[in-house]
Structures are given as structure tokens and as C-alpha cells.
Design a protein around this ligand. Structure first.
Ligand code: ANZ
Ligand code: ZN
Length: 765
């Protein structure tokens, strides 16, 4: 058969859709399997080849699980709030809702052209009011539980986007989106107390199956430290080494520490102020760079080391950060490298004193055990347009009567969603407020509590909000009474396998675990952990190994590959190009090679005969066993290699039974579903490949017959090797020479090599 991919791709895609075979069933006696991929932000650039790497992998898994008899939920939707659409609106005046809709249509068309087996009946966008109604409702649950609070915070501020950023959105000191160096600003922000869950987010990693590097990144990000808080007079220091306290010869405060002003003596004030001004210009990255020389100044004050009652000087230095521990340290130059470098530079005492035990140190100093985390509370408001409005109202009256602490009143459930109003201008105001703040009809409202005049919160949520619970909504996407029914949640949760980018490990993955745990505590969801297993894919790079980028013109468009080579070639190539977890460069030659392979597959029906060689039966069963295991292990490239090896054996043998071809097509179907279905139909199969059972390997048929071969040198037995019965002569000679004892005697090329088939190899040297 000549392989007309354009016809075949369309034919099967519409057949699948018509039959609705990828729709997950809520009532079903089969075991459930929930396969999840990170839903995309539908950017104007369309689908990137990186997206299908994740989706194809999970599609392969979802398709295999269906054939194994599972009731599979494999959904797709859109994470569509966020800055690009908004920045585009600022430039062009086109409403983000319009661009978002267009982009979604493009993405959907592209995904469908690749033949992913998503259950499209469950599709939604985080920007749909019917969806963000529940995002707002969940925010209010945080608020009502006291976990959402407004606080003045030093936040990361992007001067270009005029926008506050979470720590996670600052990459190398720059704004994640526009690259502008990030400044610090003090601003009132809604915060969510993720730190209250730090311990459980850490401990429960033991209950899930994540790639080790994913767990490690989350552990490091949460950054739990056990230590102690010890008072040096009024200064509280945090230390993980109270045992070293006898060697503490000075105290260092962060330059932003609130006590700096009071501790600074008049004689030192000018220098201290100058230093603080200098530090305020540095980025966190510069400050955290341990290779740079340490700087600092003396405050002029002394405090008492409580372990030995010695007076020690108080310094400020920017290697101490204000928002970690207590923002103050006891410096122990003898045991701490940074303190040592600092002491040497400023000529401070370095003394070698005996260590105390932890408990002894606490007892002597009145110190307290303390656990500290690197994790910070989540800055949850943005002064931007294209996000979910925060559903709160501020009422002066309720503030003064005390009926609403700080005057913040939740919008009642029946008034949700608070719809995003239309605006004329999308820019934040000049003082950095959300554009919503200039719409009087939005801002001015009635207090839900007392009925008096009140004003709405005009901040919107960060784009991490909608993605924190979308996996729950897929389970019951049309529900208007609840975000999802409890019975359905019970049926589908947790997600069995979740794949996504490593760049989301400390952001989305941590946020959504936290969000789910909170909902669990409130009794709204049925599992404490949302994802049973988490995997991650490597990036796809340009053919020269650099990152694909528009400006370099090296971006590969999936549409072009699908049009020229077909969806199955694209899918299979993406899975074949390298180990799934690693970054890999794109190679057009590689695409051509996979297409050639599929052309060979397309001719298999022509080789069908009544009987086949035993070698063909054997390789079939080996391939079944290998592919089955490889898919479970995310080892897709080796699975594709196994398909190729199988086809080579069939071609070498020249004939194959129909039964073997059918089994092979079923095995191939998850990777190349269009071609597998087409060939299956060609040879008289009925029903979709997708509803056929997954092939089972027969261990007896797959087993290698093994032989023990004697290896002689000049007729004398020097060793023996165990090889598979079908090993060819060249390989056999190589294996015989490699036998260690034989190798001692066969140093140069032997004069003659005699092989007695199945019995002996004799080297004449
Ligand atoms: C005395 C000491 C002696 C320390 C020693 C370390 C080694 P982790 O493990 O990261 O939690 N530290 C405490 N607060 C700090 C801050 N705000 N900025 C910079 N450094 C800070 O590190 C805890 C240790 O880092 C603490 O224990 C403190 O130095 C320092 F041989 O106290 B240590
Ligand atoms: Zn009120």
C-alpha cells in the first residue's frame, strides 16, 4: 500500500470523533485511569513542537491503557489568563478575550491534526466565567479560612510590566516575561499562606511517585532547616549550629533589619546609611552570589553572647538576607566559610572554641528550637487586567464597626462570578494600580454585609490561580452547583500520571499540591495529594542544539511536519528522538528516517503468508514484552527502536502471518494510530484498533534458546561462552575472542578461525 498520510489522518480523526471512543465514562465498572498533561497557554505563536512531546507521550500511555481495558480520562483545556494576550491588547487595542478565542481555535485545530486521543467533550478555558466562578469561590475559601490575607510586602516589581511578581517569576534577577531587571517595592498585596503547608508539602512527597529530580527540587524550594533561635540581647538570631556558639565573635544583621536604625551609633550613621543605599541597588542574585567579596559595616553597637557573656560587635552585611530565619545571624568564623571570609576582611576575631551539644547550647543560652523554611507565602494579587477579579469588597463602615476585620467582605457565593468588566485601556495606572481601578461602575458597589457604599478590590489573580485546580474541573466540567461532584472526584482522583515541564516544578506543581491539600482539609476533595505519579520531559532544541526562537528563525512548526510527513511520523519521531527526560535537538533527517520506517510498515500486508519463520514469531513476542515495559517506564525511544527491529526481521524473512501483523499493529497503535487503523482495516480487521485488546507476550515464544559454545585456541579448550542460538557467526567470533581467558591467548588476529556450528569456536594462532 502506498501511504497517503493526508487521506488516512483525516479519515481516522473524523471516525474517532464520530464514534466518540475517547470519551471517558463517569459510570463504569472498569478500573479508571486518569492521564494528565499540563494544559497550554494558547499563545499567538501557535503550538510549539515542545508541546507535543509531552502530549504524545501521555497519548501513547492513554491509548495503551484503554487497550488494556481501563476507563481512561485524558482531557485537554486552556490556561488562558496571562500577560501575553494582555500585552498584545495594550499594543493593538484588541480585547484579550478575542485574541484568546482565536488562539484557542488554532491550538485545538493543531492538536486535533496530530490525532491526540483527548476527551474534547470536557474542554474548558480558565477564562470562561463558568470556570473562574469557582476559582473565585476557592479564593474565598482561603479567605474565610484565614489563609488569604492582605499585607505590605516587599515584592518583586517589574518596572516595565508595572507588575508585582512572585519569587518564582524572577529568573536570574530579571522578569520572567520581559527580561527587565526586577526591583523591590513595598506594596499591599493579597497573600496566600502556603507556608502553613510547608511541612506537609515536604513530608507527603514520600507518598507520591515523582521523578527523583522533581522531588529534590521541591524539597530544596521548601528548604526546611532545623535549628534554634537564640537571643543576643534584643537581637534574635537563627542558627542551625547552636553547638558552635562559643566561637560566635560577632553578630550580623541584614541591612533591612528593623533594628538597624536603633543600633547604629551616631559615629557610624553616615557609613551605615551609605552602605544601605548601595545595597538597595543590588539584585537578590548579586547579593546571593557567594563568589563575590563580602561587604558590610559596623553599627557601633555591641551585644552579649549568651553562652559566654562576652561582648561582640554588631555588623550589617548583605550576605545576610532579611526574609530568612530572623534576618540576623551569629557569625562563627571558625566554622562558617562566609563568616570566615568576612572576619578576615574586616579583621574580626576568629577563635577556636570547643563545641557544645545542641541541647547544652539551648540550655545555656535560653535558646528555642526552631524550624525555618525557604518557602515564602504566595503573592496572590496582580495589578493587571487579564485575570480573575479578586471577589472581595472593601467597606469602611464594616471596618469601623469591626464586623469585617480590615473591612474586607467576601462577595456572596450567589453573586459569583465577579465578571471582568470591559475597559478602554489595558495598561496599569501610572501609580501601578490595576486598570479595573479606573472603572467607576465596577469599583463602586454595595457592601454585601451592611448594604452601605463600598468599593471592590481591583487586583486580579496571578496566572497560577486557574491552573491550581483545573485537573479537578475536568472531572465534572459542566457542573454549576459545585466545582465538581464529590462522587465523581472520588471516582477519578488522584491523577494516575501527570506529565509536565521541569520549569513548573516549583511553581504550578507546588501551588496545585497546596491548593488540593487545602481543599482536602476543607472536605471538598477526596485525596490529599492530587497526582500519584509525576514525570517530566526534556526540551526540544533547534537542530543546532540552541533553544528554538522566533528571532533566530529556527522554530519548527508542527503543522508543516504533519502536512509533509503525516501525524504518525511526527508522533513517532518526537518519541524516538532521544530519552524522554533529556533535551534533544530537532533533526529533519530523523523525521525522514521515521517516515521511511512507516513506509516499510505500510507494506507489511503484502508479505502476509500462511506461515512464518520461528524468528519472526519470537521477535514479535519479544517486541510485545519490551514495548509494554518501555511505555510504562517512559522509555519511548527504545520502544520505537524495538518496532524497527521487528520490521527488519520480517523483511529479512520475507513472510509473516496475518495474526502476527495484527498483533504488531495493535502494538504500534499508540504511537502511530492512523496508520495502524488503516492497515488493520486493509487486512480485514473490524472495529477500531483502540478497542482491541493490548497484545500479550508469550514468554515461551519470546525466550531465547541458548547454547554453550566451547572456545579453543590451537585445539586446546580455553573457555566457554553462553550465546543465543540465533547469533550469527561474526558476532559469535567476537564474543568468543572477548572471553577473558581466551583473550590472553588470542592477542593478534588469528591465522585461522574454525566454527563448528552450535558447538565450538577454534582459533589458530
Ligand atoms: C551559626 C553557624 C555556624 C551557622 C556554622 C552555620 C554554620 P540553612 O541551612 O540554609 O538554613 N543564616 C541564618 N539566617 C540567615 C540569613 N537570614 N541570611 C544568611 N544566612 C543566614 O542555613 C542556616 C545558617 O545560615 C545559620 O546557621 C546561619 O549561620 C546562617 F558553623 O549560624 B549559622
Ligand atoms: Zn459593610
Amino acid at each position: 500500500m502506498s501511504y497517503d498520510h493526508q487521506r488516512i489522518d483525516k479519515k481516522w480523526q473524523s471516525a474517532w470523533e464520530k464514534a466518540g471512543i475517547f470519551h471517558a465514562k463517569d459510570e463504569d465498572s472498569r478500573e479508571k485511569f486518569y492521564a494528565l498533561v499540563e494544559f497550554p497557554y494558547p499563545s499567538g505563536a501557535g503550538l510549539h513542537v515542545g508541546h507535543p512531546r509531552s502530549y504524545t507521550a501521555m497519548d501513547v500511555i492513554a491509548r495503551k491503557k484503554r487497550m488494556e481495558g481501563k476507563n481512561v480520562l485524558f482531557p485537554m483545556g486552556w490556561d488562558a489568563f496571562g500577560l501575553p494576550a494582555e500585552n498584545y491588547a495594550i499594543k493593538t487595542g484588541v480585547h484579550p478575550a478575542i485574541t484568546t478565542k482565536e488562539n484557542i481555535n488554532t491550538f485545538r485545530r493543531q492538536l486535533q491534526s496530530i490525532g491526540f486521543s483527548f476527551d474534547w467533550s470536557r474542554e474548558f478555558s480558565t477564562t470562561d466565567p463558568a470556570y473562574y466562578k469557582w476559582t473565585q469561590w476557592m479564593f474565598l475559601q482561603f479567605f474565610k479560612a484565614g489563609l488569604a490575607y492582605k499585607a505590605k510586602a516587599m515584592i518583586n516589581w517589574c518596572p516595565k510590566d508595572k507588575c508585582g511578581l512572585a519569587n518564582e517569576e524572577v529568573i536570574g534577577g530579571n522578569c520572567e516575561r520581559c527580561g527587565t531587571p526586577v526591583e523591590k517595592r513595598e506594596k499591599e498585596q493579597w497573600m496566600i499562606a502556603i507556608t502553613k503547608y510547608a511541612d506537609r508539602l515536604l513530608a507527603d512527597l514520600d507518598t507520591v511517585d515523582y521523578l527523583p529530580k522533581i522531588k529534590k527540587q521541591q524539597q530544596d524550594w521548601i528548604g526546611r532547616s532545623e535549628g534554634a533561635e537564640i537571643d543576643f540581647d534584643d537581637i534574635k538570631v537563627f542558627t542551625t549550629r547552636p553547638d558552635t556558639i562559643l566561637g560566635a565573635t560577632f553578630v550580623v544583621l541584614a541591612p533591612e533589619h528593623p533594628m538597624v536604625g536603633a543600633l547604629t551609633t551616631d559615629g557610624c550613621r553616615a557609613e551605615v546609611e551609605e552602605y544601605i543605599a548601595l545595597v538597595s541597588k543590588k539584585t537578590d542574585i548579586e547579593r546571593g552570589d557567594d563568589t563575590k567579596e563580602k561587604t558590610g559595616v559596623f553599627t557601633g553597637s555591641f551585644v552579649v553572647n549568651p553562652a559566654n557573656n562576652e561582648k561582640v560587635p554588631v555588623w550589617i552585611a548583605d550576605y545576610v538576607v532579611v526574609n530568612y530565619g530572623t534576618g540576623a545571624i551569629m557569625a562563627v568564623p571558625e566554622h562558617d566559610e562566609r563568616d570566615h571570609a568576612f572576619a578576615e576582611k574586616y579583621d574580626l576575631p576568629i577563635v577556636d572554641r570547643p563545641l557544645l551539644s545542641f541541647d547544652e547550647a539551648l540550655k545555656k543560652t535560653g535558646g528555642r528550637k526552631k524550624v525555618t523554611y525557604k518557602l515564602r507565602d504566595w503573592v496572590f494579587s496582580r495589578q493587571r487586567y487579564w485575570g480573575e477579579p479578586i471577589p472581595l469588597v472593601h467597606c469602611e463602615d464594616c471596618a469601623s464597626t469591626g464586623s469585617a476585620p480590615d473591612g474586607w467582605v467576601a462577595v456572596p457565593d450567589e453573586d459569583l462570578p465577579v465578571l471582568l468588566p470591559d475597559v478602554k485601556k489595558y495598561e496599569p495606572t501610572d501609580n501601578g494600580e490595576s486598570p479595573l481601578s479606573s472603572i467607576k461602575s465596577f469599583v463602586n458597589t454595595k457592601c454585601p454585609k451592611c448594604g452601605g457604599a463600598a468599593t471592590r478590590e481591583t487586583d486580579t489573580m496571578p496566572n497560577w490561580a486557574g491552573s491550581s485546580w483545573y485537573f479537578l474541573r475536568y472531572i465534572d466540567p459542566k457542573n454549576d452547583e459545585a466545582f465538581a461532584s464529590k462522587e465523581k472526584l472520588k471516582h477519578w482522583m488522584p491523577v494516575d500520571v501527570y506529565n509536565g515541564g521541569m520549569e513548573h516544578t516549583t511553581l504550578h506543581l507546588l501551588y496545585s499540591r497546596f491548593w488540593n491539600k487545602f481543599l482536602f482539609d476543607q472536605g471538598f476533595v477526596t485525596t490529599s495529594e492530587p497526582y500519584a505519579r509525576r514525570h517530566s520531559h526534556g526540551l526540544i532544541m533547534a537542530d543546532d542544539g540552541t533553544k528554538m526562537s522566533k528571532s533566530k528563525g529556527n522554530v519548527v512548526n508542527p503543522d508543516d511536519i504533519v502536512a509533509e510527513f503525516g501525524a504518525d511520523t511526527f508522533r513517532m519521531y518526537i518519541m524516538f528522538m532521544g530519552p524522554f527526560e533529556e533535551p534533544v535537538p530537532w533533526s529533519t533527517n530523523g523525521v525522514v528516517g521515521v517516515r521511511r520506517f512507516l513506509d516499510r510498515v505500510a507494506r507489511l500486508p503484502e508479505m502476509i503468508a500462511e506461515t512464518e519463520n520461528a524468528s519472526v514469531t519470537k521477535v514479535l513476542h519479544k517486541t510485545i514484552a519490551k514495548v509494554t515495559k518501555d511505555i510504562d517506564d517512559f522509555s519511548f525511544n527504545t520502544a520505537v527502536a524495538a518496532y524497527m527491529a521487528f520490521v527488519n526481521v520480517v523483511y529479512a524473512s520475507g513472510r509473516v502471518t496475518k495474526q502476527t501483523v495484527v498483533q504488531f499493529l495493535m502494538l504500534l497503535a499508540p504511537f502511530a494510530p492512523h496508520l495502524a487503523n488503516e492497515l488493520y482495516e486493509t487486512i480485514g480487521g473490524t472495529g477500531f484498533a483502540e478497542v482491541q485488546p493490548w497484545p500479550v507476550s508469550n514468554a515461551t515464544l519470546a525466550a531465547d534458546d541458548e547454547l554453550t559454545i566451547a572456545v579453543q585456541v590451537n585445539g586446546k579448550l580455553r573457555g566457554s561462552i553462553v550465546v543465543s542460538a540465533d547469533m550469527n557467526e561474526a558476532d559469535l567470533i567476537v564474543a568468543a575472542k572477548a572471553e577473558p581467558n581466551v583473550a590472553k591467548y588470542v592477542i593478534d588476529e588469528p591465522k585461522k578461525t574454525i566454527v563448528v556450528k552450535g558447538k565450538i569456536v577454534n582459533f589458530v594462532v
